[in-house]
Ligand binder design. Sequence first.
Ligand SMILES: Nc1ncnc2c1ncn2[C@@H]1O[C@H](COP(=O)(O)OP(=O)(O)O)[C@@H](O)[C@H]1O
Ligand SMILES: Cc1cn([C@H]2C[C@H](O)[C@@H](COP(=O)(O)OP(=O)(O)O)O2)c(=O)[nH]c1=O
Length: 192
Amino acid sequence: MIIVIEGFDQAGKKTQSQMLSDFLKTRHRKSVIFSFPDYDTPIGKEIKGFLGGKRKFAPQVIHCLLAANRWEKANEIKATLDKNYVVIMNRYYQSNLVYGTVNGLDLKWLENLDKGLPKENVVILLDVKVSDSFSRKKQRRDRFEKNKAFALEIASTYRKLGKKYGWHIVNASQERSQVHEQIKKIVQKYIR
Ligand SMILES: Nc1ncnc2c1ncn2[C@@H]1O[C@H](COP(=O)(O)OP(=O)(O)O)[C@@H](O)[C@H]1O
Ligand SMILES: Cc1cn([C@H]2C[C@H](O)[C@@H](COP(=O)(O)OP(=O)(O)O)O2)c(=O)[nH]c1=O
């Protein structure tokens, strides 16, 4: 099964992915966390260059690259699923739908870029207040995250697409343990 953890920068995706993985262990379910972008692949290095401001790409190009980065990992994801491990995605193609539409791209066009990749069973959106995201991290924000107006648009697009696609929305401005409790409740319905 695939569990996707989504949300804006500093929402707590990494923290909650790890807490979820630890919880699954107590339920005797092994899991692997995949994080996207994966900067270690050839395409990932290009993405890193872009986010760090060293490279310029048109929106169509960078969002294709972000999808291609998942295709680079597709076989590894499938092999992990075949071993019956739970796959936890710290961002998946849902990020591309949100950031891509905010960057002016068509939703259907973006959906097509990831069509055929292993499909998720559940998406959990960590809905963090933009002010909390900024207070959790002030420096070294990437190209997509620096601008507050852009951040507010990302946050509202996350909520809008979350409703459209039926993602579970969790208030990520709560304490870590409270967020984890809510994620546990959601996930427990899906694991035996
Ligand atoms: N619920 C929370 N409340 C306050 N700080 C948090 C919470 N969850 C995570 N953090 C802190 O915020 C920062 C970003 O968390 P992280 O899990 O790396 O987020 P993301 O992967 O979404 O960018 C880290 O310093 C982390 O320790
Ligand atoms: C995975 C993914 C990320 N993004 C964006 C969201 C972030 O602003 C940026 C980088 O992701 P981010 O999770 O912030 O990476 P890191 O934690 O390593 O800094 O890329 C997309 O636009 N589409 C995608 O498919």
